[in-house]
Every structure is written in C-alpha cells, then in structure tokens.
Design a protein around this ligand. Structure first.
Ligand SMILES: Cc1cc2nc3c(=O)[nH]c(=O)nc-3n(C[C@H](O)[C@H](O)[C@H](O)COP(=O)(O)OP(=O)(O)OC[C@H]3O[C@@H](n4cnc5c(N)ncnc54)[C@H](O)[C@@H]3O)c2cc1C
Length: 481
C-alpha cells in the first residue's frame, strides 16, 4: 500500500501521528508539502513566517533524506495540487493531521471529497492540540466559554488520559516512488515572493527540542515573573515551533511534568503556570473550532466605545502605531521589535494592543491583521483570541474597561529601560528617570541625552490620561443606551 503524508503545520518526525500511522500501515510512504500559493500571495503570511517555515522544511527534508525518503514538494492551490499528486503517484491513502482554522477545515473537506471521488482514502489525526474541542465540554455537552472552567476540565482530562507522545517511526525505504521534485532543492524566499531574512528564532525540530530543554533547565524556574519582563529571556520562545509543529504540544507537556517529577530546584508553581499557557493555547483553538464566526468578527457584541471614523486622522494614528512612532517608548519598542524580528513578548503585545484599541480608539481587527502579517508565530486562534480578549469582545475577555497605562506598565516590567533602549536607540542616553515618559524631560535633560522630543523622538500621539477618560466616557454612553 502506498500512502502520502501531507505535511502542513507539523514539520517534524517525532510524535507525529499522521506520519507514524502511515509508516505502520503502508509499504511505501511519500512525504508531501504544498506551498499554498494563494496564501503566500495574501498579506496574512509575512516574510518572518515564510523564512522560518523554509528553515523548518529544509531540516525536515534532510532528516527524511537521512532515512532514505525524499520530501516531495509542489507549489499551487492546495486542493487541486494534493489531488493531482495523489493520482500521479497512485496513492492508496493520504494521511494528515487536522487543522482547526475555518479556511483549513473547508480546504480539507474539499480534498477529502475530491480524493474520495477518485477512490483514494484519507485518514486524519489529532496533533495540533492536546485535546480537541469535542473532548472538553461542559456538563451539558456545550463548548466552554470561560478559561477557568475549561482549564479545570483540561487538567481532569489530562490526569485521566495522560496522552503519551509517539516515538519517531521506522521508515520502510521505497525505491519505486517517482521523485519529480526530489532532486530540486526547496524554493528560496525570493522565489516565494519575499525577502530572505535570518529568522530571529532558529527554525527546525532539532532547535525546538534544544530550546525546550534549555528552557526547562533554566528560565522555567522564574517563569512566573520572567514571562512579564521583556528585557530578559524569561519565556520559552517556543510559539513559532508550536505554530509550525516542529515541537509537539503533548511532548512539551510531558517534558515539563517530567522536569517537575525530577525534583531539584524546579519550581512547581512556575512549571504549572507555563503548562497553563499551553492550556490557553488549546482553549483558543477550541473557541475557534466551536465558534468559527470569531475569525470574522467579535465573539459577542458588547457595548464598547465606537472606533474612529475612517479617514486621514485614523490612517495617521494607525501608521504611527505600526511604525513604532507613538511617543510611548514601551509601545514603540514592541512594534519596532515586531517589524524587525517578527517577535514581541506577551506583556508588550498586551500593552500595544490595549494602546491601539483604547488610547487610539482604532478597531481591534486592524491590529489583529497587522500582527498576523508580521508575527513569526502568527496563528489565527491565538491571535484572534488574544485580540478579542484585549478588546473585551471575546469569550473570556478582559473585564470592564480595563486600560493599560503604558508608562506604568513600562516602569513595572522594564524598570531599567533595557528593553526600550534595545529597540528605540534614540532613547539610549536618556536616564532611567525619564525613559518611560521622555516627553516630560526638561530641555537641559534632552540636551544631555542628545534626544529632543519632537525632533529625535516623537511627542506622544495622544495624552494617555485624556484618551482614557474619553474611552471610559464613550463606554458609559454606550452602556446607558
Ligand atoms: C494581542 C496578542 C496577539 C497574540 N498573537 C499570538 C499569535 O498569533 N500566536 C501565538 O502563538 N500567540 C499569540 N499571542 C499569545 C502570546 O503572546 C504568545 O503565545 C507568547 O508571547 C509566545 O511566547 P513564548 O513562546 O515565549 O510563550 P511562553 O510564555 O513560553 O508560553 C508557552 C506557550 O504557550 C502558548 N501561549 C502563551 N501565552 C498564550 C496566550 N496568551 N494565548 C495563547 N497561547 C499562549 C504559546 O504557544 C507559547 O509558546 C498573542 C498575544 C496577544 C496579547
């Protein structure tokens, strides 16, 4: 029997359910990757992602080649391409791991139908999450809308089932599969329509494993505090690996619990807090899966203040936010880091999102789209879930009209301003006292620091206190209606 393994967001050999099943059931397997042309041409898949993905694919291709199997790759519209390859190679079965984004679900449905019409079977597997939406439900069988309730059930299910990771499968080497693309190397970023950049986080399965071990051996012990400190290496930085599946989320949970079981200086609270973030990840995947309308708009229509009317002023504010020119150093550092590296720490993502929505009163979906186009870990479920959380429109949203004060956040989480100086170099000589609110610097301080506000660094785009009052007052008017 000949099986095709269609790799998508699972670019690894270890603990890979579709690949393992194909290796067990087939005499010959053909690994396939399809560069989705319509997706690559859209602005939702930015250069950071493309370059990271290519790095992962290069390693996958070489790991497969070392086992005598050639990764086949094609470019095109995925439905017709997969069907065509399956026919060309006379495949009996096509295997893949499930994806929960609405567009991916529709794509996979069409592939399944088209293959069935041609007598080719399909087998799909859970991989991207620890538990799928149907596995965690309320007592009445409904999807859960509150993270706290979801988390309690997730842990109960984990204790009851403890899903084990799979080991790397044994490959049966095939010599009869035509290798049309085997001798060709993978396309370059330029061929895929984007500039080559060295990914800020090293791609590939090996790097993912190394980073996981490094994190569990070190930073996880201070994770509770470290994750909020943008100036230090305080979180795992594994999200791009989870996004492209170079690391299995099951493996990550097992390894974290194993580190805890070993004892020593491991902090139980910190490890469990870290696993809880993976539960948030599963939670947002189940929200997208159970309520696909969130991908297009708010989960619920709540009385939030109106956004600015389209026009020149709105465009000016949005551009300044995107380019990191708001006059609020912590926001600007985050946005510039995002533009330069495809990365931003979670705390700064929350501050930048709150600033866009509440201080600038711009619609959260424009921020959501911009993050998708830039982030290395761009993921519809996590991105949408977090933006809706910040906008208070989501399932489990930030309560009330909570508004981050960017200067206070900055003083609390980047007290020495190290993170700010890394990405806003014009503030490098500004003293600690003024780094969080440089517009308050007296002129002689500006001279001393070689940074004049309005010339070298922008004055604040809006006054935070005034913007906050406006937002709250507009919110009250909406609620009173
Ligand atoms: C406005 C906004 C947009 C975001 N967009 C994305 C996105 O597109 N893709 C993405 O993976 N994360 C997104 N996040 C969540 C979070 O910022 C990143 O997952 C986290 O910063 C990744 O860093 P890490 O791997 O070091 O995480 P760690 O702190 O080490 O956490 C471990 C893993 O848990 C998951 N995780 C952590 N925090 C969250 C969270 N709040 N929601 C869901 N999963 C989480 C990630 O997979 C992460 O790799 C967003 C957050 C905000 C506020």
């Amino acid at each position: 029997m000949r099986g095709i393994v269609w790799f998508r967001r699972d670019l690894r050999l270890h603990d890979q359910p579709a690949l393992t099943a194909a290796c067990q059931e087939c005499d010959e397997i053909v690994p396939l990757f399809v560069f989705d042309e319509p997706l690559l041409q859209s602005d939702v898949f930015g250069p950071a992602c493309v370059n990271f993905m290519l790095g992962c694919l290069r390693e996958l291709a070489s790991s497969l080649a070392a086992r005598g199997v050639m990764l086949q790759w094609r470019r095109g519209e995925p439905v017709s391409t997969v069907v065509q390859v399956a026919q060309e190679l006379k495949a009996d079965v096509v295997y893949w791991n499930r994806d929960y984004e609405p567009a991916a679900i529709e794509r996979d449905r069409q592939v399944q139908l088209a293959l069935a019409e041609r007598g080719i079977r399909t087998k799909t597997f859970k991989d991207h999450v620890v538990f799928e939406a149907e596995e965690i439900r309320s007592a009445t069988g409904e999807p859960l809308q509150r993270y706290s309730a979801y988390r309690a059930r997730w842990w109960a299910k984990w204790q009851a089932t403890k899903p084990s990771p799979l080991t790397s499968p044994a490959f049966k080497v095939s010599t009869s599969v035509p290798s049309r693309s085997a001798s060709r190397s993978l396309p370059s970023p330029i061929e895929l329509g984007c500039d080559p950049v060295v990914p800020w986080i090293d791609p590939g399965e090996r790097q993912a494993q190394m980073r996981l071990q490094e994190f569990l051996g070190k930073s996880v012990h201070v994770y509770g505090e470290g994750r909020n400190r943008p100036g230090i290496d305080g979180s795992s930085r594994l999200s791009p690996h989870f996004r492209f599946g170079t690391l299995s989320v099951r493996t990550a949970v097992h390894e974290a619990l194993a580190a805890l079981a070993k004892g020593g200086r491991v902090s139980r609270a910190d490890v469990l807090t870290w696993i809880d973030e993976l539960v948030w990840r599963d939670f947002f995947q189940q929200v997208l899966s159970a309520f696909p309308h969130v991908a297009k708009g708010p989960f619920r229509h709540v009385a939030v203040p109106p956004v600015r009317e389209p026009g020149g002023e709105r465009d000016r504010l949005f551009q300044a936010w995107r380019e990191g020119q708001t006059g609020y150093p912590i926001v600007d550092a985050g946005m510039r880091q995002l533009n330069r590296t495809g990365w931003m720490p979670n705390r700064v993502r929350m501050i930048a999102a709150s600033f866009l929505i509440k201080d600038l009163r711009l619609d959260w979906q424009s921020g959501e789209r911009y993050f998708m186009s830039q982030l290395l870990d761009a993921d519809v479920a996590a991105n949408n879930g977090n933006w809706q959380w910040c906008a208070a429109t989501g399932t489990d949203a930030m309560r009330g009209h909570r508004i981050f004060n960017p200067a206070l956040q900055s003083k609390k989480f980047d007290p020495g301003g190290e993170y700010i100086c890394l990405y806003v170099p014009e503030l490098a000589k500004v003293s600690r006292k003024w780094i969080h609110e440089p517009h308050l610097m007296p002129v002689d301080e500006q001279t001393r620091a070689g940074c004049y506000i309005g010339r070298d660094y922008p004055a604040p785009l809006v006054d935070h206190r005034q913007a906050r009052e406006e937002y709250l007052s507009l919110g009250k008017q909406r609620t009173a209606r």
